[in-house]
Design a protein around this ligand. Structure first.
Ligand code: HEC
Length: 378
């Protein structure tokens, strides 16, 4: 089910790109801070609106699914690659197995905003629990090509690659809700009936139950698709398919990247920026975010991100300059040698520009150091 999302967004990009945090499958508000907790393969990260990103809890295998009780953000439910449904009542610091039956691994979880004991989980099918995740019953099939689920006070929404589905019988039956034929990569229902969705191409949209009249909020994520979103107070947080985190303080109209790099400042970096726009951007994307994945098309041969979201920072300055001047060693690669058009100084300025697009950790862990203990995340 969730493997569809993985097929298009996570696996191929992860294969070409060892990311900063790896894929982020879920976000929940963090009680006791004004940030959010993000699932990673390492455990849970705390992302704060001032841009700080810190490891909150380490857990072997990490988390895949995560959901908070809408009425008490100290109560969290999670699931990793194994171990059943996990429960925390202290905002995610300590976790214990809660489930006595049901799947060993959930890929998606959501909690009803009207009854905090009522949980839904997706594994090989849709499961429901009425006792805070202790016992589970298989309540129906998950819709085809499912990407996300979200419980609202009137029912259960499912964002799929082919539009939005809605169920009022715990997922026993589903009917099309809106946005037919359009992939809904993110869907988030708030307790007051406010709905947010992200559609590839359309951007972030907002509506209110029961009308579902969608208003566009923002579409400034380049080729990135938002996969998950969470609110803490009046700030919204979102994570994209390449594991980048963003925060908005104006209800989703404008967004700032968390853990963001400083951008070009020095003369060399600014010169590199101009060269990049002229010779590289057509493939590697604006600000080096990488070639946009086109939905349903092969990821083969895509130009990787050169910012900190892929693995450009695993190479030394010299290696990067060599690739630019001499081309990729991969046979038939689209990354050709630029030595006839660019001088070694140009290549050095291009690398300086690329590095201005890297966050603190990528700069600190560049090259061979990326394998050292303080630098590896997975
Ligand atoms: C026609 C498309 C295209 C253009 C134009 C292009 N690249 Fe590339 N680039 C690629 C592809 C595709 C790859 C992946 C190569 C591979 O698979 O070996 C790549 C790889 C790279 C890499 C290695 C990244 C890594 O993580 O190992 C660097 C560095 C790079 N390009 C820099 C540049 C710079 C700088 C320019 C502009 C001077 C540029 N590229 C222009 C397509 C392009």
């Amino acid at each position: 089910m969730r493997c569809i999302a993985a097929l298009f967004f996570v696996v191929p990009l992860a294969a070409v790109a060892a990311q900063e945090l790896g894929p982020i499958f879920a976000l929940v508000p963090s009680n006791g801070s004004n940030g959010v907790l993000a699932t990673t393969r390492e455990g849970l990260y705390l992302a704060q609106p001032d841009g700080r990103l810190t490891l909150h809890v380490k857990r072997d295998g990490g988390f895949v699914a995560l959901a908070a009780d809408p009425s008490d953000a100290n109560i969290l439910y999670g699931s990793g690659p194994a171990g059943g449904l996990l429960h925390s009542d202290d905002g995610g610091k300590r976790w214990q197995r809660q489930s006595q039956n049901g799947p060993e691994s959930f890929t998606l979880l959501t909690v009803s905003p009207t009854d905090g004991k009522h949980l839904y989980g997706v594994a090989d099918a849709l499961y429901a629990s009425k006792d805070s995740g202790r016992t589970w019953t298989r309540s129906g099939d998950a819709p085809d090509k499912l990407m996300n689920i979200s419980a609202s006070s009137s029912g259960l929404y499912a964002g799929t690659e082919e539009g939005l589905r809605f169920s009022t019988d715990d997922g026993a039956s589903w009917r099309p809700a809106s946005m037919l034929g359009i992939p809904v990569t993110m869907f988030s229902a708030e307790p007051d009936g406010t709905l947010y969705s992200f559609q590839f191409g359309q951007g972030l949209l907002k509506a209110h139950e029961p009308e579902l009249a969608w208003t566009p909020l923002a579409n400034a994520f380049g080729g990135q698709a938002i996969l998950v979103m969470a609110r803490n107070g009046n700030q919204l947080f979102a994570a994209t398919h390449i594991g980048k985190l963003f925060v908005s303080a104006d209800d989703g109209r404008s967004w700032q990247a968390i853990n963001r790099p400083r951008g070009p400042e020095s003369a060399a970096e600014k010169r590199g920026e101009k060269l990049f726009a002229a010779s590289c951007q057509a493939c590697h994307g604006s600000a080096g975010i990488g070639e946009a994945p086109q939905f349903r098309k092969s990821m083969q041969g895509l130009a990787p991100a050169l910012d900190d979201s892929a693995h450009a920072w695993h190479h030394s300055d010299q290696q990067l300059q060599n690739t630019i001047l001499m081309g990729s060693p991969v046979p038939n690669s689209r990354m050709v040698a630029f030595e006839e058009h660019l001088s070694p100084d140009d290549a050095a300025d291009l690398v300086a520009y690329m590095k201005s697009l890297w966050n603190e950790r990528a700069l600190r862990c560049q090259g061979a150091k990326h394998m050292s203990p303080g630098c590896m995340t997975h």
